[in-house]
Structures are given as structure tokens and as C-alpha cells.
Design a protein around this ligand. Structure first.
Ligand code: MCN
Ligand code: CUM
Length: 807
């Protein structure tokens, strides 16, 4: 496909454009260095004993037999940690969570004890020698029952707690909503669940903790998306001096939000290293990762839309029950317990909006955000995009036309939505028009009408075995989304009290090569390439000559890390700003070198020259040598070109996109095949289109997985069903079509290079497109909604008029 072609080597960009990823040579040669690759002399291995029950009091723990195992060095329990004040730790959202259970266990898979042994296998063997006596308690898995008076109280360790309520959060104007709903011609309502899903990165979570007793220094190699924030939290929680903690995130095999939080295993390995005086490695296995680490979504939503009969949307309101599991371990800015759910007004010009979100505890692993979510934008976009389709069905209007009619217009930007968020820039109709043209929307609708006619003539049958009843059902799903990324302005946003800014440090070596230190942390997004491209664009130093350093708190400036697609909006801005600082320093040096006034110099990429005399100039490399050399500098000017900065974004960035999905559903089996998928994205200025497309392809694949396959459920006893890739189905190349991507470019007015984030756009935008397509396919059966994942059994059940497949 033309769009994925790379320019020939000799046309490689010095700046923005397609170029191969600088990090890939080491990955494709198998020379990446992940946490589990780290081997230190004398290193021990830790393993975690996990609760088999979802809710039970711990009567006793007997570790004697495990301690007697010849290869075991230590067994740590909650009681041991309690003695050090470490049995509980703060979460990233004003809650606490147990490091190792003391009083009781609150979800299946919760950490109960930590064994340290010579090798991984002995540690695992010894787990089986620990005898825990549990007294089972009633289990709460259904969030809708969490606030019932007879519900078991999960967090009864908190004095005086008599319910499972975490928070209530409201946004928008309820009275204004009531008013528009009262005068609307049409009101539609729909209940929907954005089900629990798991990010399931290829590499599970783990760490190596190495405590040097002599120096009192802790080095912690961690699968972390936010090394600096982790270091500060370790200092605060463990009482270790921050300057003696070094957190290193080496290569990360996918994060998707799973590696934002601090897990009990990291704390246990650290304590174990302090206790044994040796380095301790802890790596989860796949099941541990799937049952116990950050889940996502679990939003029970009721949406309501009010409109005129000709399809002008007047108001939208929603009521949400948010299942946060046993501990509120959600990572998101403190002020926003429901993340950026504010964006549920979507991309539309709406008069009034209101939402209320209630968070509750259940006996499930802690969850909340994570999984390419942009802090709940996934849920918000799903809600509004499903509701628009429900409205379209009610009005008998084409869903693309209904969207076009209500989209914000380019002249309305910057636009303040009805929950007070200011969208920076956008041209929505152009993006939607492009997506519809690319997919050939009108032609597809004609094909569909023909198929529906044929289907009706042949009779839809009962849809049961025998298939063939009327041929395949064709569906077309449209979704338009506005994303909210780049947290965030410090005045509004912090995580556990740390303002959400990011630093950048740029060193220019005498030979004109550069080293950029940044506080964000790639997990596969290609920062070593794109951040070098930003420096190249600003300074004309080829990206090959710019080494990007990240993931090591000893070598990089402080900042809050990579999640919420904030790297480009925040760290990327810091990088452009620091490069411009270097450029201004270079101007002064060049002036001295060229014996001209600094004001008389002009910049062309990579070179200053004297105005009106282009032959008198100096390249950035020559200037670098001059700056480090003996060029006589003006009074007060320091030698060298190095600079540093900390960037506090003035606003978030609001990328957007228009997606169209075409599916064919087999009426006999309910199997959904995604025939085509067109994605038009706008992330402002594009640094590396190849990497952007990669991000979109990945996110679309995630979206198809969530919409059609990925299912985590719990039985009544709280057993997690979905603890392996046999049950939790992640999509492969076989389930997805060849993606068709397009783009528009609407730069962010407040970002130094006009870039917006892209890392989560496709995961946010694609699930509603897929679901809308499937529901559209089921139109002949009168289906208005069915919850994800739309497995064959669920689709088939929906065709029979049932909400759930028979057990
Ligand atoms: N980019 C660009 N031009 C733009 C915007 C972005 O070239 N206008 C490039 C960036 O420079 C970067 C990549 O695209 O190389 C993604 O940038 P950005 O949107 O800033 O997102 P982050 O780098 O902050 O990545 C985080 C985001 C999140 S939150 C999840 S979740 C997710 C995602 O990235 N996890 C991923 N994409 C992932 N991709 C991989 N391979 N692995 C993950 O774990
Ligand atoms: Cu919410 S998943 Mo990403 O923000 O790391």
C-alpha cells in the first residue's frame, strides 16, 4: 500500500517524516534488554502466594515448612510488613491497597505472601508449602448490588465504614438538561456496559530490586511507564531517601497502561532485597498478570439523548456505576475520580449535558483506567457514539448524516464543551467526509439495502442452525471521536500530589552530536526515533546523531512519564522548547564566530547565516565545536550549548477521528467478520507518519478485540474467568482486516510544534464503530443494542431477542 512505503535512505528526513525506527535494529536482532534479561551476581528470585478465594478472613498463615525448604532464603507475610508500616501502600487515586494481605483477602489472586529462593522454580515450589487458613466471607461481584444494605462490606479495615461506596462525581448542568429534555421531540435511553478488559501486554510486570546496604542505595529495574513518579512514591512509602533511589525502566514489552501503577511485587522484592542483602528478581507469569494487575473499564452506563425530530441533538445525560474492584488503584489526575469522562458530550454541538458517576468496591482485582484509555475517554466516547446510533435508529435517520448535522464546526474552535473543557482545535466535518468517501459510504448503503431486500424475501428464518437463512447480514458502523490527551496543566492536574509536567535536557557534544534526556518512557511507541526527530526538526542535527535517553532516573530529568498519550503533548513540547533554547544559544555563538550581530543572523534548518550574505554562515555542528572551543564569547555567555527545561502544558490536546467499519454477520452462527475498516485520524502536526500508522493499526486491533472477543467475567464466588489466553482472547492478524487509514492535519494552537497525541485514539474510537456496525447488521431483527464483547453466542442471542446467551 502506498501509504506505508518509506522514502529511500538518501531521502531520510532531517526532521519530521517517515523514517525507520532507530530502536528496531536491537529489537529485531533479539538484543533488547528487558527486566527479565537482567542477571546480577547472587541474585535471588521471588514468588507471590495468591489468594484462591475472592473474599475471606485470614485466620492464620504458617510459613514454617516453606522456610525449611533448603533453597528458601525468606518468607514475607503481611504481618512482617505491618511491623515496618508497609502492609498497605497508597494507590494512585487517594486510596490504599494491601501489599500483602493482613486481615483478609478481597479478590481472587490477591497477594498473601512472598517467598525468596535461589531460583524461580524453588520459590514457586515453596509457595505450596505455605499453609493459609481462610474463613470464607460472602462475595460481591455485581457492582449493581454493591450499595445494597445487605452487601458484604469489602473495605471494613477502614474504621466506621458501612458500605462499598467510593465516590460520587458530577459534571455539567442537571437543571439545564432537564429543561432541554422537557422540550425535546424525541428522547432515547439505553443501558450499556463497557465490560472489564485487560491490557495484556506481551511482557508481564516485574522488577529487580538491588539494595546496597553499605551505600544505603536502592536500584530498582522495573517495568514502569513512569520511573520518576515511582521513585518519588518509593521514597514516600518506604521512607528511603529519594536521592539514593534509582529507578530504571529498560526496554518495555508493551505497557498499555498496565505498567503505570506500583504493584505489591515491587515493594516485596525491595523489602526482600533489604532483608537478604541480595538482589531479588520478581516476574509475574501470564495468569498473575491477567488476574491481579490493573484492569480497565467496568463502567455500567445509562445514556439518554434528547433531540428534535429532524435530528438536532439538544442534550445528553448519563448515570454511571463504576466498578473499581477491591482497591481503587486507578491512575488518573487526583481531581478527576472519573478521569476525563467529561468528554461524553463527544464531538457535537449540544445545548446541555450532565453526568453522575458513582464508584463502588467489589471483590475483584483493582481497576479503573489502563488499556489505552486516555483516562476514561474510551468509556465516554463509547457512550455517546452508541447513543447517537440509538437515536438514529429511533429517528430512522442515517447515522453518518445525523453525525454530520451535529458535529462542531471549524469556526467554533477553541470550543468549550458543556462540562467546561476547551477543545483546542478541530475540523470535524472534513474528517468525517473523508472517511465516508474513502469507504464509499453511499455505495455500501446501496449494497446493504439490496442484501436486506434479498434477506427479507428469503425470510430471516429463526437464525438457528441451518444457517443460510437469508444470507449474510451486512452492517456499517460509523463513529466520530474527540480524544483528550496530554495531561496536564499543573494547575488542574496532579497524580498523588505531583504536578503533571515533564522535563527535557539537551546536551550538544563538541562534534555536533546530541543527547536528549526525557522523562517519558517508551513501551513500544518509538520515542527513541520521534523525539530525535523533534530535535532534528528544530536544530537540523540528523536524527541518527541524537541519542534519546529515557527510563533511568539517574540520567534523565524529572517528569511524570508515559500514559494518557501525554508524551508528545508534554515531553514532545519540552523537547521542542529545549531545542529552541539551544538554538538561541547557538545564535550567540554563531554571531561571535561570524563576527556579526546576533540580530543579523538568519536560521535555516541546521545553519545560521548572515542576512543578505548566505555564504557567510556556520552549521550547527561548527557552532557546537566553536561553543566548546576557544571562540571568544560575549561577556556573561557560558561556553557550550546545553540547555534544560520543564514544560507545563497550558491545556490538553484534542485529537479526533472518523471511523467507519463494515461487518458481515453470519445469521446461522452469529460470527462477525470485519470486512473493512477505514480510520481517518487527526493528531495535528505529524512527526513520523509511519509510527503514527503503527499506533493506529495497534489501537484498531485492540478495538476489534474489545468489541468482539475479549471477555473477563467472574462467577458468583468471584473466580476470575479469563485468567489465560485460552479464555481471554486477544485478536490476531486473522481477526482483523487490512486497515485503511487517512488523515487530516489540524495543528494544536498551543503546542510548540502543533502536535497532539495519537497513542490511544484508535482504541478509543474503534469499539463503537465495530459495535455500531454489528448492531446495524442486526437491524432486520430489531436489535438496538448488545453489550461487548459481541461474541458469536451474544450476537446469536441478540438475534433471538435475548440479552445474554443461554448458559
Ligand atoms: N507521534 C507522532 N506525531 C504525533 C503524535 C505522536 O509521530 N502528532 C508519535 C510519538 O512521537 C510517539 C508515538 O507516536 O512515538 C505515540 O505518541 P503519543 O500519542 O504521544 O503517545 P505516548 O508516546 O505517550 O504513548 C502512550 C500511549 C498509551 S497511553 C498507551 S496505553 C499505548 C500507546 O501509547 N501503549 C502502547 N501505544 C502503544 N504502543 C505500543 N507499541 N506499546 C504500548 O504499550
Ligand atoms: Cu490508560 S492506558 Mo495508557 O494511558 O498508558
Amino acid at each position: 500500500m502506498a501509504s506505508t512505503e518509506l522514502p529511500p535512505q538518501e531521502e531520510r528526513p532531517i526532521g519530521f517524516g517517515r523514517m525507520l525506527r532507530k530502536e528496531d535494529p536491537r529489537f529485531i536482532r533479539g538484543r533488547g534488554r528487558y527486566v527479565d534479561d537482567i542477571q546480577l551476581p547472587g541474585m535471588l528470585h521471588g514468588a507471590i502466594l495468591r489468594s484462591p478465594l475472592a473474599h475471606a478472613r485470614i485466620a492464620s498463615i504458617d510459613t514454617a515448612a516453606a522456610m525449611a525448604h533448603p533453597k528458601v532464603h525468606a518468607v514475607i507475610t503481611g504481618k512482617d510488613l505491618e511491623a515496618q508500616g508497609l502492609a498497605w501502600m497508597p494507590t494512585l487515586s487517594a486510596d490504599v491497597c494491601a501489599v500483602l494481605a493482613t486481615d483478609k483477602v478481597r479478590f481472587q489472586g490477591q497477594e498473601v505472601a512472598f517467598v525468596v529462593a535461589d531460583d524461580r522454580y524453588s520459590a514457586r515450589d515453596a509457595l505450596e508449602l505455605i499453609d493459609v487458613e481462610y474463613e470464607p466471607l460472602p462475595v460481591l461481584v455485581d457492582a449493581k448490588k454493591a450499595l445494597d444494605p445487605d452487601a458484604p462490606i469489602i473495605r471494613d479495615e477502614i474504621e466506621g465504614r458501612t458500605d462499598n461506596h467510593i465516590f460520587d462525581w458530577e459534571s455539567g448542568d442537571a437543571a439545564a438538561c432537564d429543561e432541554v429534555f422537557a422540550r425535546a421531540d424525541v428522547v432515547v435511553a439505553q443501558d450499556m456496559l463497557y465490560p472489564r478488559v485487560h491490557p495484556a501486554p506481551m511482557e508481564t510486570c516485574g522488577c529487580v530490586a538491588d539494595y546496597d546496604r553499605v551505600e544505603g542505595r536502592l536500584t530498582l529495574w522495573e517495568t514502569s511507564q513512569a520511573p520518576h513518579a515511582h521513585r518519588t512514591l518509593f521514597a514516600l512509602v518506604a521512607g528511603l531517601p529519594e536521592e539514593r533511589i534509582r529507578v530504571v525502566s529498560p526496554d518495555i514489552g508493551g505497557g498499555f497502561g498496565n505498567k503505570v501503577g506500583i504493584y505489591p511485587g515491587y515493594v516485596c522484592a525491595t523489602v526482600a532485597s533489604i532483608v537478604t542483602g541480595k538482589p531479588v528478581k520478581w516476574m509475574e507469569d501470564r495468569t498473575e498478570n491477567l488476574v491481579s494487575t490493573s484492569f480497565a473499564r467496568d463502567y455500567h452506563m445509562r445514556g439518554e439523548i434528547a433531540a428534535t425530530k429532524d435530528g438536532k441533538i439538544l442534550g445528553i445525560r448519563t448515570r454511571v456505576l463504576a466498578d473499581h474492584g477491591a482497591f481503587n488503584t486507578t491512575a488518573q489526575p487526583t481531581k478527576y475520580p472519573a478521569g476525563f469522562f467529561h468528554i461524553f458530550t463527544g464531538s457535537y454541538d449540544i445545548e446541555a449535558a450532565h453526568c453522575k458517576v458513582t464508584g463502588v468496591y467489589t471483590n475483584k482485582a483493582g481497576g479503573g483506567v489502563a488499556y489505552a484509555c486516555s483516562f476514561r475517554v474510551t468509556e465516554a466516547v463509547y457512550l455517546v457514539e452508541r447513543m447517537v446510533d440509538v437515536l438514529a435508529a429511533e429517528l430512522g435517520m442515517d447515522p453518518a448524516e445525523l453525525r454530520m448535522k451535529n458535529l462542531l464546526k471549524p469556526e467554533q474552535f477553541p470550543y468549550e464543551n458543556k462540562t467546561g473543557w476547551v477543545y483546542d482545535s478541530g475540523d470535524y466535518p472534513t474528517a468525517l467526509r473523508m472517511a465516508l468517501d474513502m469507504v464509499g459510504y453511499d455505495e455500501l448503503r446501496r449494497e446493504q439495502a439490496e442484501k436486506r431486500r434479498a434477506h427479507a424475501e428469503r425470510g430471516s428464518g429463526d437464525g438457528a442452525a441451518g444457517g443460510g437463512a437469508g444470507g449474510e447480514l451486512m452492517g456499517i458502523g460509523v463513529a466520530f471521536f474527540t480524544e483528550t490527551v496530554g495531561a496536564g496543566p499543573r494547575k488542574h492536574m496532579d497524580i498523588v500530589g505531583l504536578g503533571m509536567s515533564d522535563g527535557a535536557e539537551l546536551r550538544i557534544h563538541p562534534t555536533g552530536k546530541a543527547q536528549l534526556g526525557i522523562s517519558c518512557q517508551t513501551q513500544g511507541q518509538g520515542h527513541e526515533t520521534t523525539f530525535a526527530q523533534i530535535v532534528a526538526e528544530e536544530l537540523g542535527i540528523p536524527p541518527e546523531d541524537v541519542e534519546v535517553v529515557h527510563g533511568d532516573t539517574d540520567r534523565t530529568p524529572f517528569g511524570l512519564g508515559t500514559y494518557g498519550s501525554r508524551s508528545t503533548p508534554v515531553s514532545g513540547a519540552a523537547t521542542a522548547v529545549v531545542a529552541r533554547k539551544v538554538r538561541e544559544r547557538a545564535r550567540i555563538v554563531a554571531a561571535a564566530m561570524l563576527e556579526a550581530s546576533a540580530d543579523d543572523l538568519e536560521w535555516e534548518k541546521g545553519r545560521f547565516f548572515v542576512k543578505g550574505d548566505p555564504s557567510r554562515g556556520a552549521t550547527i555542528q561548527e557552532i557546537a565545536m566553536g561553543a566548546h572551543g576557544t571562540v571568544e564569547l560575549p561577556e556573561g555567555i557560558e561556553p557550550g550549548l546545553d540547555a534544560e527545561t520543564v514544560y507545563d502544558p497550558p491545556n490538553l490536546t484534542f485529537p479526533f477521528g472518523a471511523y467507519v467499519c463494515v461487518v458481515d454477520v453470519d445469521p446461522g452462527t452469529g460470527v462477525v467478520k470485519v470486512r473493512r475498516f477505514v480510520a481517518v485520524d487527526d493528531c495535528g502536526t505529524r512527526i513520523n507518519p509511519m509510527i503514527i500508522e503503527g499506533q493506529i493499526h495497534g489501537g484498531l486491533t485492540d478495538g476489534v478485540g474489545m468489541a468482539l472477543m475479549q471477555l473477563i467475567s467472574f462467577d458468583e464466588e468471584g473466580n476470575c474467568l479469563g485468567g489465560s489466553f485460552m479464555d481471554y482472547l486477544v485478536p490476531t492478524a486473522l481477526e482483523v482486516p487490512e486497515w485503511e487509514t487517512g488523515h487530516t492535519v489540524t495543528p494544536s494552537p498551543h503546542h510548540p510544534i502543533g502536535a497532539k497525541g495519537i497513542g490511544e485514539s484508535a482504541t478509543v474510537g474503534s469499539p463503537p464503530a465495530v459495535v455500531n456496525a454489528v448492531i446495524d447488521a442486526l437491524e432486520p431483527y430489531g436489535v438496538r443494542h448488545a453489550d461487548m464483547p459481541l461474541t458469536p453466542a451474544r450476537v446469536w442471542a441478540a438475534m433471538q431477542g435475548r440479552a445474554e446467551p443461554p448458559a
